[in-house]
Design a protein around this ligand. Structure first.
Ligand code: UTP
Length: 291
Protein backbone atom coordinates (compact mmCIF):
# COMPACT_ATOMS: atom_id res chain seq x y z
CA UNK A 1 0.00 0.00 0.00
CA UNK A 2 1.34 3.41 -0.99
CA UNK A 3 1.71 6.06 1.71
CA UNK A 4 -0.14 9.32 1.17
CA UNK A 5 2.35 12.17 0.87
CA UNK A 6 0.54 14.58 -1.44
CA UNK A 7 -2.27 16.95 -0.55
CA UNK A 8 -4.22 18.88 -3.18
CA UNK A 9 -5.74 22.23 -2.21
CA UNK A 10 -8.24 23.43 -4.79
CA UNK A 11 -8.16 27.22 -4.35
CA UNK A 12 -9.28 28.39 -7.77
CA UNK A 13 -12.96 29.01 -6.97
CA UNK A 14 -14.45 32.46 -7.40
CA UNK A 15 -15.64 32.78 -3.79
CA UNK A 16 -18.75 34.68 -4.85
CA UNK A 17 -20.43 34.36 -1.45
CA UNK A 18 -17.74 36.62 -0.04
CA UNK A 19 -17.89 39.42 -2.58
CA UNK A 20 -16.68 42.13 -2.55
CA UNK A 21 -13.71 40.94 -0.44
CA UNK A 22 -12.98 38.14 -2.93
CA UNK A 23 -12.96 40.47 -5.94
CA UNK A 24 -9.17 40.79 -5.77
CA UNK A 25 -8.21 38.57 -2.80
CA UNK A 26 -8.47 34.80 -2.41
CA UNK A 27 -11.17 33.51 -0.07
CA UNK A 28 -8.61 31.05 1.31
CA UNK A 29 -6.51 33.95 2.64
CA UNK A 30 -9.34 35.19 4.88
CA UNK A 31 -8.00 35.14 8.44
CA UNK A 32 -9.30 33.28 11.45
CA UNK A 33 -8.11 35.91 13.95
CA UNK A 34 -4.56 36.16 12.52
CA UNK A 35 -4.01 33.00 10.48
CA UNK A 36 -5.38 32.46 6.97
CA UNK A 37 -7.73 29.55 6.30
CA UNK A 38 -5.26 27.98 3.87
CA UNK A 39 -2.57 27.83 6.55
CA UNK A 40 -4.88 25.86 8.86
CA UNK A 41 -5.49 23.44 5.98
CA UNK A 42 -1.79 23.03 5.22
CA UNK A 43 -0.96 22.50 8.91
CA UNK A 44 -3.58 19.76 9.08
CA UNK A 45 -2.01 18.04 6.05
CA UNK A 46 1.51 18.35 7.48
CA UNK A 47 0.30 16.87 10.80
CA UNK A 48 -1.14 13.96 8.81
CA UNK A 49 2.34 13.23 7.39
CA UNK A 50 2.01 14.88 3.98
CA UNK A 51 5.08 16.47 2.47
CA UNK A 52 3.93 17.78 -0.93
CA UNK A 53 1.33 20.55 -0.99
CA UNK A 54 -0.24 21.00 -4.41
CA UNK A 55 -2.27 24.17 -4.81
CA UNK A 56 -4.66 24.40 -7.75
CA UNK A 57 -4.82 28.15 -8.21
CA UNK A 58 -6.48 30.62 -10.54
CA UNK A 59 -6.53 34.35 -11.19
CA UNK A 60 -6.20 36.63 -8.14
CA UNK A 61 -4.57 33.87 -6.09
CA UNK A 62 -0.99 35.16 -6.04
CA UNK A 63 -1.29 35.98 -2.34
CA UNK A 64 -1.37 32.24 -1.56
CA UNK A 65 1.96 31.66 -3.32
CA UNK A 66 3.47 34.66 -1.54
CA UNK A 67 2.17 33.43 1.82
CA UNK A 68 4.07 30.14 1.59
CA UNK A 69 7.19 31.76 0.11
CA UNK A 70 10.09 33.40 1.92
CA UNK A 71 9.36 37.09 2.62
CA UNK A 72 12.84 38.63 2.35
CA UNK A 73 11.96 42.30 2.89
CA UNK A 74 9.65 41.57 5.83
CA UNK A 75 12.17 39.25 7.48
CA UNK A 76 15.02 41.74 7.06
CA UNK A 77 12.88 44.53 8.47
CA UNK A 78 11.81 42.46 11.51
CA UNK A 79 15.42 41.40 12.09
CA UNK A 80 16.64 45.01 12.00
CA UNK A 81 13.93 45.98 14.50
CA UNK A 82 14.82 43.04 16.77
CA UNK A 83 11.30 41.57 16.59
CA UNK A 84 12.36 37.95 17.01
CA UNK A 85 8.95 36.58 17.97
CA UNK A 86 7.26 38.03 14.90
CA UNK A 87 10.17 36.89 12.75
CA UNK A 88 9.57 33.32 13.96
CA UNK A 89 5.86 33.61 13.15
CA UNK A 90 6.68 34.74 9.60
CA UNK A 91 9.28 32.02 9.12
CA UNK A 92 7.28 29.16 10.58
CA UNK A 93 4.41 29.38 8.10
CA UNK A 94 5.62 26.16 6.51
CA UNK A 95 8.19 23.58 7.71
CA UNK A 96 11.37 23.32 5.62
CA UNK A 97 10.81 19.65 4.68
CA UNK A 98 7.56 20.52 2.90
CA UNK A 99 7.44 21.29 -0.84
CA UNK A 100 4.80 23.59 -2.34
CA UNK A 101 3.72 23.09 -5.95
CA UNK A 102 1.35 25.35 -7.89
CA UNK A 103 -0.87 24.23 -10.74
CA UNK A 104 -3.17 26.56 -12.60
CA UNK A 105 -6.87 25.98 -13.32
CA UNK A 106 -7.48 28.41 -16.18
CA UNK A 107 -11.25 28.43 -15.77
CA UNK A 108 -13.28 27.71 -12.63
CA UNK A 109 -15.10 24.70 -14.13
CA UNK A 110 -15.77 23.05 -10.79
CA UNK A 111 -14.10 21.17 -7.95
CA UNK A 112 -13.78 17.96 -9.99
CA UNK A 113 -12.03 19.82 -12.77
CA UNK A 114 -9.70 21.51 -10.25
CA UNK A 115 -8.70 18.11 -8.84
CA UNK A 116 -8.10 16.78 -12.37
CA UNK A 117 -5.72 19.70 -13.00
CA UNK A 118 -3.46 18.21 -10.28
CA UNK A 119 -3.15 14.85 -12.07
CA UNK A 120 0.25 15.50 -13.71
CA UNK A 121 1.73 16.28 -10.28
CA UNK A 122 -0.04 13.58 -8.26
CA UNK A 123 0.60 10.81 -10.79
CA UNK A 124 -0.29 7.24 -9.89
CA UNK A 125 -0.53 7.71 -6.11
CA UNK A 126 -3.28 8.01 -3.53
CA UNK A 127 -3.65 11.62 -2.39
CA UNK A 128 -5.63 13.96 -0.16
CA UNK A 129 -7.98 16.75 -1.22
CA UNK A 130 -8.44 19.50 1.36
CA UNK A 131 -10.93 22.35 1.04
CA UNK A 132 -9.60 25.17 3.17
CA UNK A 133 -13.01 26.77 3.65
CA UNK A 134 -14.11 23.76 5.71
CA UNK A 135 -12.18 24.51 8.89
CA UNK A 136 -12.16 21.51 11.24
CA UNK A 137 -11.27 22.23 14.83
CA UNK A 138 -9.93 18.97 16.27
CA UNK A 139 -6.83 17.40 17.72
CA UNK A 140 -5.53 15.19 16.19
CA UNK A 141 -6.64 16.68 12.88
CA UNK A 142 -9.41 15.09 10.80
CA UNK A 143 -6.96 14.27 8.00
CA UNK A 144 -4.68 12.39 10.39
CA UNK A 145 -7.64 10.31 11.58
CA UNK A 146 -8.55 9.59 7.96
CA UNK A 147 -5.00 8.49 7.13
CA UNK A 148 -5.30 5.95 9.96
CA UNK A 149 -8.51 4.62 8.37
CA UNK A 150 -6.84 4.52 4.94
CA UNK A 151 -3.88 2.56 6.34
CA UNK A 152 -6.25 0.01 7.89
CA UNK A 153 -8.67 -0.26 4.98
CA UNK A 154 -6.54 0.55 1.89
CA UNK A 155 -9.28 2.39 0.04
CA UNK A 156 -10.63 5.90 -0.51
CA UNK A 157 -12.00 7.67 2.57
CA UNK A 158 -14.31 10.69 2.58
CA UNK A 159 -15.20 12.86 5.57
CA UNK A 160 -18.91 13.22 6.34
CA UNK A 161 -21.17 14.78 8.95
CA UNK A 162 -24.89 15.06 9.50
CA UNK A 163 -26.56 18.28 8.34
CA UNK A 164 -30.13 19.52 8.70
CA UNK A 165 -32.39 18.01 6.02
CA UNK A 166 -33.14 21.45 4.56
CA UNK A 167 -29.39 21.87 3.91
CA UNK A 168 -28.88 18.77 1.72
CA UNK A 169 -29.13 20.87 -1.44
CA UNK A 170 -25.83 22.56 -0.48
CA UNK A 171 -23.79 19.36 -0.14
CA UNK A 172 -22.81 16.04 -1.68
CA UNK A 173 -24.95 13.50 0.20
CA UNK A 174 -24.04 9.84 0.74
CA UNK A 175 -26.15 6.74 1.12
CA UNK A 176 -24.31 4.31 3.39
CA UNK A 177 -24.54 0.93 5.01
CA UNK A 178 -24.47 0.62 8.82
CA UNK A 179 -21.59 2.24 10.67
CA UNK A 180 -18.68 0.05 11.68
CA UNK A 181 -17.17 2.31 14.35
CA UNK A 182 -16.53 5.61 12.63
CA UNK A 183 -16.63 4.22 9.07
CA UNK A 184 -19.41 3.23 6.68
CA UNK A 185 -19.31 1.79 3.19
CA UNK A 186 -20.77 4.26 0.70
CA UNK A 187 -23.44 2.71 -1.56
CA UNK A 188 -24.30 5.88 -3.46
CA UNK A 189 -23.44 9.57 -3.53
CA UNK A 190 -25.35 12.45 -5.08
CA UNK A 191 -24.49 16.16 -5.44
CA UNK A 192 -26.81 18.78 -3.92
CA UNK A 193 -30.02 16.71 -3.78
CA UNK A 194 -33.33 18.35 -3.00
CA UNK A 195 -34.23 17.67 0.69
CA UNK A 196 -37.31 15.73 -0.44
CA UNK A 197 -35.24 13.17 -2.37
CA UNK A 198 -31.92 13.21 -0.48
CA UNK A 199 -30.96 9.60 0.39
CA UNK A 200 -29.78 10.67 3.88
CA UNK A 201 -28.57 13.72 5.76
CA UNK A 202 -24.93 12.59 5.79
CA UNK A 203 -23.03 15.32 3.95
CA UNK A 204 -19.57 15.21 2.43
CA UNK A 205 -17.26 17.85 3.89
CA UNK A 206 -13.98 19.09 2.50
CA UNK A 207 -11.57 16.23 3.31
CA UNK A 208 -10.99 13.34 0.90
CA UNK A 209 -8.37 10.61 0.61
CA UNK A 210 -8.63 9.26 -2.92
CA UNK A 211 -6.97 6.52 -4.92
CA UNK A 212 -5.41 7.58 -8.24
CA UNK A 213 -8.22 5.80 -10.13
CA UNK A 214 -10.39 8.84 -9.39
CA UNK A 215 -8.59 10.65 -12.24
CA UNK A 216 -9.91 8.21 -14.87
CA UNK A 217 -13.40 8.76 -13.50
CA UNK A 218 -12.95 12.54 -13.54
CA UNK A 219 -11.82 12.32 -17.15
CA UNK A 220 -15.18 10.85 -18.08
CA UNK A 221 -17.36 13.23 -16.04
CA UNK A 222 -19.49 15.79 -17.87
CA UNK A 223 -20.87 18.98 -16.33
CA UNK A 224 -23.31 18.19 -13.52
CA UNK A 225 -25.03 20.23 -10.78
CA UNK A 226 -24.58 23.98 -11.34
CA UNK A 227 -22.97 23.35 -14.75
CA UNK A 228 -19.72 22.35 -12.99
CA UNK A 229 -17.53 19.25 -13.24
CA UNK A 230 -18.29 17.70 -9.88
CA UNK A 231 -15.92 15.59 -7.81
CA UNK A 232 -19.03 13.90 -6.41
CA UNK A 233 -19.96 12.52 -9.85
CA UNK A 234 -16.49 10.97 -10.25
CA UNK A 235 -16.77 9.41 -6.77
CA UNK A 236 -20.18 8.02 -7.80
CA UNK A 237 -18.42 6.21 -10.68
CA UNK A 238 -15.53 5.11 -8.48
CA UNK A 239 -17.81 3.34 -5.99
CA UNK A 240 -18.98 1.06 -8.82
CA UNK A 241 -15.40 -0.24 -9.02
CA UNK A 242 -13.80 0.16 -5.57
CA UNK A 243 -14.77 0.44 -1.93
CA UNK A 244 -15.13 4.03 -0.76
CA UNK A 245 -15.67 4.69 2.96
CA UNK A 246 -17.42 7.56 4.67
CA UNK A 247 -15.70 8.68 7.85
CA UNK A 248 -17.37 10.63 10.68
CA UNK A 249 -14.54 12.76 12.01
CA UNK A 250 -14.17 14.06 15.55
CA UNK A 251 -14.21 17.78 16.21
CA UNK A 252 -16.22 20.74 15.05
CA UNK A 253 -16.44 21.93 11.45
CA UNK A 254 -16.94 25.56 10.52
CA UNK A 255 -18.24 26.30 7.03
CA UNK A 256 -15.97 29.25 6.39
CA UNK A 257 -17.24 29.49 2.82
CA UNK A 258 -20.35 31.08 4.37
CA UNK A 259 -20.34 34.40 6.20
CA UNK A 260 -21.99 33.03 9.34
CA UNK A 261 -19.68 29.99 9.63
CA UNK A 262 -16.68 32.22 9.08
CA UNK A 263 -17.71 34.65 11.82
CA UNK A 264 -18.50 31.79 14.22
CA UNK A 265 -15.01 30.36 13.67
CA UNK A 266 -13.45 33.75 14.35
CA UNK A 267 -15.36 34.14 17.62
CA UNK A 268 -14.53 30.59 18.74
CA UNK A 269 -10.81 30.87 17.91
CA UNK A 270 -10.70 34.42 19.27
CA UNK A 271 -12.02 33.17 22.63
CA UNK A 272 -8.98 30.89 22.76
CA UNK A 273 -6.40 33.33 21.50
CA UNK A 274 -4.01 34.33 24.31
CA UNK A 275 -3.74 37.96 23.16
CA UNK A 276 -7.45 38.75 22.96
CA UNK A 277 -9.50 36.01 24.67
CA UNK A 278 -10.35 37.90 27.88
CA UNK A 279 -11.22 41.17 26.21
CA UNK A 280 -13.26 39.46 23.50
CA UNK A 281 -15.24 37.51 26.14
CA UNK A 282 -15.93 40.73 28.04
CA UNK A 283 -17.00 42.45 24.82
CA UNK A 284 -19.40 39.63 23.92
CA UNK A 285 -20.97 39.77 27.41
CA UNK A 286 -21.34 43.53 27.11
CA UNK A 287 -23.11 43.49 23.74
CA UNK A 288 -25.33 40.61 24.88
CA UNK A 289 -26.41 42.58 27.95
CA UNK A 290 -27.01 45.69 25.86
CA UNK A 291 -29.33 43.40 23.96
P1 UTP B 1 -17.08 26.35 -3.55
O1 UTP B 1 -18.21 25.51 -3.93
O2 UTP B 1 -17.04 26.86 -2.15
O3 UTP B 1 -17.00 27.55 -4.59
O4 UTP B 1 -15.76 25.54 -3.87
P2 UTP B 1 -16.23 28.91 -4.48
O5 UTP B 1 -16.08 29.47 -5.85
O6 UTP B 1 -14.95 28.77 -3.72
O7 UTP B 1 -17.18 29.84 -3.60
P3 UTP B 1 -18.65 30.44 -3.88
O8 UTP B 1 -19.60 29.30 -3.74
O9 UTP B 1 -18.66 31.10 -5.23
O10 UTP B 1 -18.80 31.45 -2.76
C1 UTP B 1 -15.25 24.58 -3.01
C2 UTP B 1 -13.74 24.55 -3.14
O11 UTP B 1 -13.37 24.18 -4.47
C3 UTP B 1 -12.53 25.15 -5.04
C4 UTP B 1 -12.77 26.43 -4.26
O12 UTP B 1 -11.64 27.28 -4.30
C5 UTP B 1 -13.09 25.90 -2.87
O13 UTP B 1 -11.91 25.64 -2.13
N1 UTP B 1 -12.86 25.28 -6.48
C6 UTP B 1 -14.16 25.37 -6.88
C7 UTP B 1 -11.84 25.30 -7.42
O14 UTP B 1 -10.64 25.23 -7.08
N2 UTP B 1 -12.16 25.40 -8.73
C8 UTP B 1 -13.46 25.49 -9.16
O15 UTP B 1 -13.68 25.56 -10.39
C9 UTP B 1 -14.47 25.47 -8.19
Amino acid sequence: MKRITKAVFPVAGLGTRFLPVTKASPKEMLPIVDKPLIQFAVEEAVDAGMTHMIFVTGRNKRAIEDHFDKAYELETELEVRGKQKLLDVAREVIPSHVTCIYVRQAEALGLGHAVLCARPVVGDEPFAVVLADDLIDSSPGALKEMVDVYERQACSVIAVEHVAREETSSYGIVDCGDAVGTERLINAIVEKPDPAVAPSTLAVVGRYLLTAEIFDELDGVTRGAGGEIQLTDAIASLIQKQRVLAYSFNGKRYDCGSKLGYLQANVQFGLRHPEIADELRAFLHRIENEG
